[in-house]
Design a protein around this ligand. Structure first.
Ligand code: PGA
Length: 245
């Protein structure tokens, strides 16, 4: 599996800012052909960024979609709309969505089904809070999230993002990442049999150019989901360059 380096721009970027970032990524991505690059801009600029990146080896994704194909859901975005705007991926169940919008594993599972039926590849986020880790419940929590959020015959990518590591500058230790990714791999095997081996597991949470080489070389780390550092083209590309060849 080729490593995937995915940028989650979150709620950042006017059209001008997003286009400047896209132009810098396009100009600098020539030497990172050993990994797949993906950016997930805000939905308002998705189409403009898709046009700016047309023909470049950088895929586009959304940051969320609704679980239904269309309907009376003010403010929501359907998976097919993301696809229509140029996305081929979508991040689902990010802890900020789970916390800010009360998304449950069941909501996430519905969104995964909607995404896949619209032709999007889902990146499903899981991860424990600091309190859950302090209680020693991190694998239990992540195990429940995996069995609750992934439908039968899941095809997509998992992102392990411990909540306390997101935006904090404090990434998980290599030992913790190794343990959790091995656990997730086991769970995927348990749930999906042989197909579980083909599901890539990204790490996310304060991935920066300075720690990327160490984190991305760990067993069962198939790439990174990058927040803050994905807003700076040089940093995002430096993370991609640090991915083992
Ligand atoms: P961060 O965010 O890299 O800023 O910690 C990661 C994420 O939320 O996906």
């Amino acid at each position: 599996m080729r490593p995937l380096i995915a940028g989650n721009w979150k709620m950042h970027g006017t059209r001008a800012e997003a286009l400047a970032l896209a132009a810098a990524l396009r100009a600098g991505c020539g030497d990172v052909a050993h990994c797949d690059l993906l950016v997930c801009p805000p939905a308002t600029v998705l189409h403009a960024v898709a046009q700016a990146l047309a023909g470049a080896p950088i895929a586009l994704g959304g940051q969320d979609c609704h679980g239904e194909a269309n309907g009376a859901h003010t403010g929501d975005i359907a998976a097919a709309m993301l696809r229509d705007a140029g996305a081929s991926w979508v991040i689902l169940g990010h802890s900020e969505r789970r916390a800010d919008h009360g998304e449950t594993d069941e909501t996430v599972r519905e969104k995964v089904l909607a995404a896949v039926s619209a032709g999007l590849c889902p990146i499903v986020c899981v991860g424990e809070s600091a309190a859950q880790r302090a209680e020693g419940r991190e694998t239990e929590v992540v195990g429940w999230q995996i069995s609750g959020s992934l439908p039968q015959d899941f095809s997509g990518v998992i992102a392990y993002e411990p909540i306390w590591a997101i935006g904090s500058g404090q990434h998980a230790t290599p030992a913790d990442v190794t343990t959790m990714h091995a656990f997730i791999r086991e769970e995927l095997h348990r749930q999906f049999g042989a197909c579980g081996a083909g599901i890539s597991i990204l790490y996310g949470g304060s991935v920066k150019p300075a720690n990327a080489a160490e984190l991305l070389a760990l067993p069962e780390v198939g790439g990174a989901l990058v927040g803050g550092a994905s807003l700076v083209a040089d940093d995002f590309l430096a993370i991609a360059r640090a991915t083992p060849r």
